[in-house]
Design a protein around this ligand. Structure first.
Ligand code: MTE
Length: 400
């Protein structure tokens, strides 16, 4: 465990302990680790989420908050509506104590303060972040995990520096093949795994992979990794480790729990409901092509007037080439208009004007295709942990 964060955590648990036991004075120095672990485990679930009041709560411990449908009204998601996915306890770090270390297969190990980091060339990028589990609730049969609908996604303007520039300063060796990220967060129970993930060196050296300290013009909020996180564009959110304190350059892929047991995908298709062992699965990387309908809302009642069907589309390593819409259950398809396209790694917004022919119940469907010819499937690839849901989107509406 890292000294600086350990101390911050210690202070935090002491506070919690104080709340629980009513103890007024307890020195951090006399609190044994075992007791700290117990305190953490028994800490009450948070009841409120300051700054995130409008979110849909999927889990309180760890904190998992889904963006409500109104969030889709914004092309750039406001911080207070941006989804949160924690696997662990959320550390409160102070900049004063915080440092980022770069170790492993490097000739020049680094130990950077935020001030040092900000000396690298600053870059700003619009990037869409989606949780690998977004859409999990639509799998049939149900897949285990947080039951996300569509709101495990958001787009923000991120400011930071290129990971590549930092790695160049650290002078990676010829043996460098993967880069492991570790955050200051810790599991709730002593024997549970720490959240660490690695990405291949090629992706780490891509100029779009960033170390970010600002989100939509504000210091990175604590929910999103204050003071620093990595942002791996085009890949599921799990790759973008928050509360970053160490980067280890390695000659191999990281083999911890969140690589070997979680965030894996089937190597082949199985009958929905079939569970596979990790050896029949691979570590998740880029996102798949996907579109969603954000307006009208499912089961809404609309008048017979012309309406505008709206949504977003995105893909992993590529661009959206087209979005098609059907309003007659897939008999005929029409090209939607792309309204705002900010290029690779950012969702694009689309719209389609529709005049309902008469009253009744209609299923509106959207389907995106990217520049690599990948299209959304009719049925998703079922997998036990419910990752990468990307089937065509369907919204039923009543025309009255
Ligand atoms: N980083 C750390 N250190 N701990 C975590 O639990 N969760 C990951 C990733 N980074 C996580 C993390 C997952 S699963 C996702 S989807 C994204 O953070 C979510 O980022 P957000 O909460 O900023 O939206």
């Amino acid at each position: 465990m890292k000294e600086q964060n350990f101390l911050t955590e210690r202070r935090r648990f002491l506070r919690t302990l104080g709340q629980i036991s009513g103890a007024l004075f307890l020195s951090t120095e006399i609190l044994p680790d075992k007791l700290l672990a117990q305190v953490k485990e028994s800490a009450p679930e948070p009841q409120t989420f300051p700054g995130k009041e409008k979110m849909i709560v999927l889990s309180r411990k760890p904190i998992v908050l889904e963006m409500p449908p109104e969030g889709f009204e914004h092309f750039i998601t406001p911080n207070e509506l941006f989804f949160v996915r924690n696997n662990t306890s959320m550390p409160e770090l102070s900049l004063k104590d915080w440092k980022l270390t770069i170790t492993g297969e490097v000739k020049n190990p680094l130990n950077l303060t935020m001030e040092d980091l900000k000396k690298f060339k600053e870059v700003e990028s619009l990037i869409t972040l989606e949780c690998y589990g977004n859409g999990r609730s639509f799998f049939e049969p149900k897949a285990s995990g947080n039951q996300w609908k569509k709101g495990g996604i958001g787009t923000a303007l991120w400011k930071g520096v290129r990971l590549k520039d930092v790695l160049e300063k650290a002078r990676i060796t010829d043996r460098a093949k993967h880069v492991i990220f570790d955050g200051a967060d810790e599991p709730f129970t002593p024997n549970s795994p720490d959240f660490r993930r690695s990405i291949p060196i090629e992706k780490a050296l891509s100029p779009e992979t960033l170390l970010v300290y600002e989100m939509n013009g504000k210091p990175l909020p604590i929910y999103h990794g204050y003071p620093l996180r990595v942002l791996v564009p085009g890949w599921g959110g799990a790759a973008s480790v928050k509360w970053l304190i160490n980067i280890t350059v390695s000659d191999r892929e990281y083999d911890g729990f969140y690589m070997v047991d979680k965030y894996r995908h089937p190597l082949y298709q199985t009958k929905p409901g079939t569970k596979l062992s990790p050896k029949d699965m691979f570590v998740l990387t880029e996102l798949d092509v996907k579109s969603i309908i954000t307006s009208p809302l499912p089961e809404s009642r609309i008048s017979g007037e012309k309406i505008v069907i709206k949504g977003y589309a995105w893909t992993g390593e590529g661009h959206i080439r087209k979005v098609e819409v059907s309003t007659d259950s897939g008999r005929s398809w029409h090209k939607a208009k792309i309204v705002r396209d900010e290029g690779k790694y950012v969702w694009c917004s689309w719209m389609y004007e529709w005049q309902p022919p008469q009253k009744g119940y209609y299923t509106i469907i959207s389907k995106a295709t990217d520049n690599r010819g990948r299209s959304q499937p009719i049925l998703p690839l079922w997998n036990q942990d419910g990752y990468l849901y990307n089937a065509i989107d369907m919204v039923g509406v009543y025309v009255v």
